[in-house]
Design a protein around this ligand. Structure first.
Ligand code: PMV
Length: 326
């Protein structure tokens, strides 16, 4: 007997972390060594359609209309295995995903990708998951994806097993109007992805110190957001980003994501803040610099950034809501 095609579609936003996730205490379950806090990037999105079908002999993947095989497909198929094991849906699926931003350059495409896939995949498989269940599921595909499931400012509670490791919204997207101006330093695909990077974090002598002191920075960051205290958020976020990159640079093999232009921009941003202009810089696993500022100064900041030699593209995003079925 043939069953009907079951389809669902979802939209999710990438996120930028203020307090970073780097290193797992369980690589398979993606249980992080420390909690993290981020905001969703509302202007940027991944839209994903999942269809379980009779006629497929394996899962298939299309990203931006291009057929994808190899490692990326294997990762998606493994994720669909988790959905199949949770549900009554045994069939293979086609996954079609569209991004409106460059992938693989430090704008966490894996976060929006797996958040959208968790929502669309679970719905297509006939499950009605709560936000918490969806966040947990998304985490299995890419750790930071669990933060893209709830809206606005999202905190990933590290937890110590599958059940307790998930993200919750600590403030809605309309609580505080921050903007992310992403200075694109390079659009080339990163050589070492974060999955391999997380695994080697423990080889840095600084990782233990970073992890042990993370609860203090999480508290500071959470309070800064709740009090809308930009300077406090700036100081703790910039420090946390540098601490993560210090770990990356000193792990084995070393990961240097910063390009000379990235460092130029970081120092410029620090100077501008010292002069009283509210902005700060933070970088993920790539050379692009995310510059966070209050919405009220974002146009003036963009004009200043446009004048920095070597800056080609700036992607502007406001804060975004939760992942949704469409
Ligand atoms: O979710 P992953 O495995 O791509 O990890 C991303 C980690 C960073 O982007 C470098 C930091 C973070 O917390 O987003």
């Amino acid at each position: 007997v043939s069953m009907a095609v079951r389809t669902a579609a979802a939209i999710a936003h990438p996120n930028i972390a203020f307090i970073k996730y780097w290193g797992n205490k369980d690589d398979l379950l993606r249980l992080p060594m420390n909690g993290s806090i981020s905001m969703n990037l509302g202007t940027l999105y991944t839209k994903t359609v999942v269809s379980f079908r009779d006629e497929l002999h394996c899962d298939t993947l299309k990203i931006n209309d291009k057929e994808i095989n190899g490692e990326a497909l294997t990762r998606v198929a493994k994720f669909l295995d988790i959905i199949r094991s949770m549900s009554a849906e045994p069939r293979f699926a086609s996954v079609e995903s569209v991004n409106n931003f460059p992938i693989g350059a430090g704008i966490a495409s894996s976060a929006s990708a797996f958040a959208a896939l968790a929502l669309a995949g679970s719905a297509a498989a006939g499950m009605e998951l709560s936000e918490a269940e969806c966040s947990r599921l998304a985490r299995r595909g890419s750790g930071s994806a669990c933060r893209s499931v709830p809206g606005g400012y999202s905190e990933w509670l590290a937890g110590d097993d599958d059940q307790s490791s998930l993200s919750i919204s600590i403030a809605a997207e309309d609580y505080w109007d921050l903007i992310d101006l992403i200075v694109v330093v390079s659009e080339s695909h990163k050589k070492v992805g974060s999955t391999a990077g997380h695994r080697m974090a423990v080889t840095s002598p600084y990782q233990q110190m970073r992890v042990e002191s993370a609860p203090e920075r999480l508290l500071e960051c959470r309070n800064a957001i709740l009090q809308r205290d930009f300077n406090r958020l700036a100081e703790v976020s910039e420090k946390d980003s540098t601490m993560m990159h210090a770990v990356m640079m000193t792990q084995n093999p070393p990961l240097f994501y910063w390009e000379p232009l990235s460092l130029d921009i970081i120092k410029t941003i620090m100077d501008w803040r010292k002069d009283g202009f509210p902005c700060f810089a933070t970088l993920d696993a790539g050379p692009n610099v995310h510059i966070i500022c209050p919405a009220s100064v974002s146009a003036a900041l963009q004009q200043r950034l446009d004048k920095i030699p070597g800056v080609k593209e700036i992607i502007r995003s406001n804060i975004g809501g939760a992942a949704v079925l469409v």
